[in-house]
Each structure stands twice: as C-alpha cells, then as structure tokens.
Design a protein around this ligand. Structure first.
Ligand SMILES: Nc1nc2c(ncn2[C@@H]2O[C@H](COP(=O)(O)OP(=O)(O)OP(=O)(O)O)[C@@H](O)[C@H]2O)c(=O)[nH]1
Ligand SMILES: C[C@H](OP(=O)(O)O)C(=O)O
Length: 220
C-alpha cells in the first residue's frame, strides 16, 4: 500500500525548542522521518514523503507540495474518487483504491505496528495520537477527507461517520506516540530502536529517573 508521510522540514518540531536548537530540530526530525520510512518499508509497504520543500531521502519517493497539511493530504485522498490531480505522483492510489497516511514523527513505529494498521479492516482506519491527534490513517472510502489539528481524532471519526465509512481504531502504543513535546523524548530513549534514539543519545540526552514519570536530561 502507498503510505503518505507528511513532512514539514522548515522549522520543524517547534514544541521542542526549549530543548533543541533549530538546526538540531531539523536533524532530529530527519532522524524520525528515517525511522518511519524504514518501518513502512520493512512492513512491505511503499512510502512517499509529502514534503513542504525538497528533501533527499534514500529508498522513498518525495512529492513536494507547499500547501498546509490538510489540503495537501486531501489532494491525495481525492485520488480515491478520481476527482483531483492527474499527474503521475499518486496514480497508484487511484488504482489500489486505498492509501495510508502516517506522520513523520512516529519515532517508535515498527514494521509490526505498520502491518497492524495496514491489515485492519474498515474503510477508514484510525491510529489516534496522544492529545487528540491522528497519527496514522488508512483510507479506503472515496469521500473521506482529513481535517488535521485540534482534536482531529474526534473530527476524523465524525467525518468518517458522515460519509458512511466503517471505522476501525488501531490501539497501538507505538503509533500513538508522536514526538511533540520534551516529555516525549523519554519515550524515544525508552522504546526507540533506530536513528531517532541514536541521535538523541549522541546529542547527550539521557533518561532522568527520579520518581514520578521518567524524563530526560542533557549532558552539558
Ligand atoms: N506536508 C506537510 N506536512 C506537515 C505540515 N505541517 C506538519 N507536517 C507534518 O505533519 C506531522 C505532524 O506535524 P505536527 O506535529 O503537528 O507539527 P510539527 O511541525 O512537526 O511540530 P510543531 O512545530 O511542534 O507543531 C509531521 O510529520 C510534520 O512534519 C505541512 O504544512 N505540510
Ligand atoms: C497534525 C496534528 O498533529 P498533532 O499536533 O496532534 O501532533 C493532528 O494529528 O491533527
């Protein structure tokens, strides 16, 4: 299945700016993107980065679309009813009748988690993110469209209901953990296995285990 991975490379991960400089956030966002692409490929699926500006990644197509997240993803979903876009970029979406969308900040994603998402039945499959977001979707319904930000998990369930889609929710710690805030860095150190964890370790981050929830500290 085609898995679209939205990626905003300019000033990414602004909610991490109290811990990371802008160039560090760019490098860390790239490391997370790499982990997501690796998980998708190892699951036997076909990632395509939907990027706001050109980005070089090995083993994955990149399509540049500088529109905001929601219209950029909806232009891909419109392929499912053949009503938008006639370039070659997402021709396989129309052919297959299905497409997945997985965010580039799912640093804990594994091939198993991606397979569970892709194999779930339902004409709309949703993997909720912490705090009300939507970390991954499979769309097999031609009329479903996204509306990201805010409580998008709730919005996507409502939109799916309105178009008559059958909804399945994937309950997955690995897909629900998007890395947005400093406390999420602890999850990467605890459960990550790829480039993102390596990048944090090399940048001097360690777990801070002092009672209560585990956090992170950075070596001076
Ligand atoms: N193509 C595209 N991807 C986007 C856009 N905005 C965010 N993304 C991607 O969508 C996913 C979720 O993004 P967010 O966590 O909401 O935003 P972020 O820019 O990564 O981080 P913050 O600045 O902290 O909000 C990430 O994979 C982003 O790279 C956009 O305008 N276009
Ligand atoms: C794009 C947005 O991501 P969040 O801001 O929740 O990480 C959402 O999932 O709607």
């Amino acid at each position: 299945m085609r898995v679209v991975v939205p990626y905003a490379g300019r000033d990414p991960k602004s909610r991490l700016s109290e811990r990371l400089t802008e160039s560090e956030r760019r490098a860390f966002a790239r490391a997370m993107l790499r982990d997501v692409l690796d998980a998708i490929e190892a699951a036997g699926h076909d990632p395509v980065v939907l990027a706001t500006e050109p980005v070089s990644v090995s083993d994955a197509d990149v399509v540049v679309d500088d529109r905001p997240l929601t219209p950029a993803v909806n232009a891909v979903l419109a392929r499912l009813d053949g009503s938008d876009g006639d370039g070659p970029a997402f021709a396989d979406v129309a052919r297959d009748g299905e497409v997945a969308v997985a965010m580039a900040d799912l640093a804990l994603a594994t091939p198993e988690a991606v397979r569970r998402l892709a194999d779930a039945e339902g004409t709309v499959v949703v993997a909720p993110g912490r705090g009300g977001g939507t970390n991954a979707l499979v769309v097999r319904h031609p009329e479903f469209r996204v509306d990201y930000h805010g409580a998008s998990y709730r919005d996507h369930r409502r939109i799916a209901e309105e178009v008559g889609a059958s909804v399945r929710v994937v309950d997955s710690m690995r897909l629900s953990t998007d890395v947005d805030e400093p406390s999420d860095l602890a999850e990467v150190l605890l459960h990550g296995g790829g480039e993102s964890r390596r990048w944090l370790r090399e940048a001097g981050f360690e777990l801070n285990i002092r009672g209560g929830r585990v956090g992170v500290v950075r070596e001076a």
